[in-house]
Write a protein that binds this ligand. Sequence first.
Ligand SMILES: Cc1cc2nc3c(=O)[nH]c(=O)nc-3n(C[C@H](O)[C@H](O)[C@H](O)COP(=O)(O)OP(=O)(O)OC[C@H]3O[C@@H](n4cnc5c(N)ncnc54)[C@H](O)[C@@H]3O)c2cc1C
Length: 481
Amino acid sequence: MRKGDEYLASLRDDREIYLDGSLVPDVTGHPAFAPVARTVAELYDLAADPLTDMTYVAPETSREANRVFAIPRSRDELAARRHAIEIWARHTHGWVGRGPDHVGAFLAGFASCPGAFAAGPRDLAANVSAHYRRLLDESLFVTYAIIPPQFSRAGTAHGWDDEFIQVGVVAERPAGLVVRGAQMLATGAAVADEILVSCIKPLTDQDRDFAVSFLLPLATDGMRLHCRRSYATGATSGYDYPLSSRYDETDALVVFDDVLVPWDRVFVDRDVAGLRRQFFDTGAHVLGNSQAQIRFVAKLRFILGLARKIAAVNETDRIPGVQEKLGELASLASVVESAVLAAEYRAAPDGNGMWRPDPRALYGAMGLQAELYPRVLAIVRDLAGGGVLQLPASVRDMAAPGIRGDLDRYVRSPGVAAEDRVKLFKLVWDAVGSEFAGRHHQYEMFYAGAPFVAKGYAYRNYGYEQAVADVEEFLASYSID
Ligand SMILES: Cc1cc2nc3c(=O)[nH]c(=O)nc-3n(C[C@H](O)[C@H](O)[C@H](O)COP(=O)(O)OP(=O)(O)OC[C@H]3O[C@@H](n4cnc5c(N)ncnc54)[C@H](O)[C@@H]3O)c2cc1C
């Protein structure tokens, strides 16, 4: 199994990453990227530790692989996969959305159904299977950029001013496809091994050139990442910003400047229907998003723990109104956890023998996420009050003898020393109020598509037959007479 150090060493390549006006020479040595790379390295070390029991013998390779990448072929395998994902999610407490297990699950879904990639103008199924085997053998960290850049949402790529704002095929060569344009918003790409580039937004028949799917190493000629502002570099210390300083995954616009994609890395070639087959016929979308919900459960539990501790430290937990707020948080977290378990309980094998988590339960939870997460944050802010601002500017105040006296005397609670109180409330601020927290607010609302998209999945996957039949049966039981 891949070790953390091996992963870090593999990041030292020719990837073209831009931040604050400069090319980043080595992400593992840069303050914006090194912390999250270290966190991912810890995940690899966890998976390699026999005590975590995260490995299995993959039938596709007959070799040991990480269970987070498995194609589940029974309910037990689905549960074992969840346990492995939970181990990683607990390590980051859900604050890393795009660990290697997210897109890895999409690739497992793709590989479960090679036929979906053989049904287009060109049979590309062997590429998908070969790269899945590589994922299993090498424990790759693959991320993705599958959304067109925000240019105009009134139409699709073929109608945009410049033909290639969204990434598309400009030429075909004997060696592969030449692609040009951009795609948003690749989380974790700066510290990933490879990137899956595709489009999940619906396209029209006129968008054929943009209907592609391919996998590239981050160090590919002509591919560049333009990263958003780093929150890790603004974290003055681990005590002041305990989350920003470890888990800032980074997000980036990915630009393709006439990049050659070798044929063996192409999954979908100018095939609009092929994109839908890729994400939805294969079951990749449910498998990938079940990972996301398992991760979300760990995060909600962590935030719930923060809320409970705020109420205990401030001694508000004796107040019935506060208990009600804690109860609402408990309800929200339990609903998501229950949906994850229900999706597993009601899972069933698809035509390819992959056990798919139940889409009704899974998309039901996802459809609520854009309201649920902001509500969770609002309750924690409500409970925290000004405590998240009645704080010294930085850890340096805690170390300054002339200042520390006041802090020890006035910034404490019964039985809780200043150092611990400040530590807790700084963590709370990084979870609900810092720039890192603001990005997480946006992430939970948008990572799987805009809220209207997530609700669309819930609408299409509920299965209204029984509900409508129940109403019709009731309507038939009485009449105007
Ligand atoms: C922090 C973060 C990380 C992300 N990471 C990744 C990643 O790793 N990989 C990746 O591929 N993508 C990623 N995304 C992108 C994400 O997938 C998109 O944000 C998402 O698909 C929504 O697209 P959009 O942002 O362009 O919003 P838009 O589609 O522009 O929608 C924005 C809003 O406009 C309105 N609207 C637009 N169209 C309609 C419509 N047809 N009907 C009704 N209302 C409409 C709605 O109010 C909607 O919420 C990330 C996003 C965020 C915020």
